[in-house]
Design a protein around this ligand. Sequence first.
Ligand SMILES: *Cc1c(COP(=O)(O)O)cnc(C)c1O
Length: 383
Amino acid sequence: MNPLIYLDHHATTPIAPEVLAAMMPFFTEHFGNPGSPHAYGWAAESAVKLARETIASAINATADELIFTSGATEANNLAIKGVAESYLSQGKHIITVATEHSAVLEPCRYLQSLGFELTILAVQSDGLIDLALLKSALRDDTILVSVMVANNEIGVVQPIAEIGQLCHNKGILFHTDAAQALGYIPLDVEAMNIDLMSMTAHKVYGPKGIGALYVRRRNPRVQLSPQLHGGDQERGLRSGTLYPPQIVGFGKAVELAVADLSDESKRLAKLRDRLLSGLVMELGSTGCLVNGTMDHRLSRNLNISIPEIDPSRLALELGKSIALSSGSACATKSRKPSHVLEAIGRSPELAFSSLRFGLGRGTTTMEINRAIEVIGAAVRLQA
Ligand SMILES: *Cc1c(COP(=O)(O)O)cnc(C)c1O
């Protein structure tokens, strides 16, 4: 057993061995530029094409609807700024949600600084958005709604198909950040009424530095202003030489995750529920407050607040044996409580004393049992 238990899979995941193996030849013998008109180029190009088809079919899109990017941050920026620039003449109103990742909130705030109007919807105390509230926020000059599929802190999964339907009823484009959802919950851009969707490989056992934006080409055909200008790769929407090892790795990672989605999701849900009930046994139900609904949630996520502990002491204690993310760890960087926990109504104290668990492919029952023990002991140390 690894002495350091890794429960931070929402931050990133290790590369699967199969993914690394698939990538290797594209660093060495097949090093060509996919844009080159010769055999080196063709080898790289055909591998990129295959990966593109794999990822597209995993989300019920077509290959020509995917734009490779450096990750979900870039995909979010391209979607939000690209739509804002393209649809300027139709309106300047954008809607997003208080619990979004900063890679959505910050591009939106940037646009606001340029004169766009921004509505940031509140969420309910369970982390879900209120569909009636969204409906009443939609205006004639609204050009884009951006709501994430699954939250990276509390794992709450929004009703994406219903949100997309509300947007489409009014002819408004719908973007979703699926960084935490791809490979974990079934995604279907048709059934879920999605027009733009951001994805990243490194949250699903693929390499860092690669992701994609799905851009709908039919009903409606989404117009997008490029944010990187250059050699016209990716139909002019994202210039720059494609990175075949990363793209091949992304394709392999998605193929593996989708093939095993339902079994792995059940396994993780069992482990996660074991973790929760173990923590409740150790800390008592008033000593372990769950953040976000348990009913619409990623099976690998748990987020709790532990009242009346010194969060930095706890983090220090846990850091010796468990790699996980805590409210205080974030705070050392930003000195601010999590905006997600704040949005669901947690006090700054409870936000700072939160622990985010992200279980993953390597997580075992033994590790979960050990984590429960270690956390119980660390909290008792403070009593
Ligand atoms: C990780 C993450 C991102 C950023 O993705 P990168 O590929 O690291 O840029 C964006 N949104 C969510 C919800 C994430 O979890």
